[in-house]
Design a protein. Sequence first.
Length: 353
Amino acid sequence: MKVLHIVSSISPRSGGPTRSVKGLCRALSLKDTTITLIVLHGNDEFDNPCGVEVLYGAMPDLINYDIVHLHGLWDPALHTIARGCRKVGVKYIISPRGMLDPWALSVKKWKKHVALALYQRRDLNGAAAFHVTAQEELSHVRAAGFLQPCIVVPNAVDLPARMPERILGKEVKTAIFLSRLHPGKGLLTLAEAWAKVNPKGWKMKVVGPDSYGHKKDVVDTINKLGIVDQWEFVDELDDRQKWCAYRSADLLVHPSVSENFGITIVEGLAAELPVIATKGTPWRELEERECGWWIDIGVEPLIDALQEAMSLSDAERYEMGLRGCKLIEEKYTWDAVVKAMINGYTEVLNGKT
């Protein structure tokens, strides 16, 4: 099977899809699937140990592929590919990557309304199927009015060959946030909740690149709240440093307003951390598997979760982390994901979806 993947960017500043698209392409290439990845913008170096062909800004002959997989919306260059697929009769799948979430649609609403009218709705209507990462994202596709088949396949996580040693029993505990510093990630809510909890013997470590200048808003807020001494900011980390940061933490907090998946939640669970995430993410399994807290969006629910998490002993948090790691091993490995994705591709090609 020859599959063409198209993504706007693979820059680390593009967020979770950067990792998930690259990881999916690598994993598919190991399963008797010929993969070509086209990156429409930029020329970021792509770590390519599996022989994935990567083209930057190129427009391929679509007729040479069995199926085309588009990642994301709103990019006119993606529209060009979708239109080309329709012209030559090649089936294409769209991964919305959270961009049909009601909150995401409300951001720059008028621009998206124009894009829908000009080209995006036509491209969405023309898709043979959608790939979504969770049932919640499936509901967003349906709410937006699209009735095509949906392939529900989660993202997976690239684990290090050897996980860094877990550091427990520290005098000062660490809660970690690891994502883009973006208005939709809930950092201002976290700051307010942290100030009200005012946890003794804890620090907050915020790791990730600044988006839209949001870091200044966060820093201004923690200064006003008088908690600046309890918060640490770290820019982007390389892969080794990232896993060391996870393993030296005691709790992952991800209070996002809207998330179609949340790859950092998978990574945190894989690193044996208990996780606090909001219902803006599709992670009800945190409660079902007793490895974290799945809370309503807002300050008060986050206060309650922080207080409960921080009142546990190291041993209790560690046991939660072990349960989370087991969940990842069972459901979120690349082997499981790729098998499901190939089955989805096959059904689309055979018209069975």
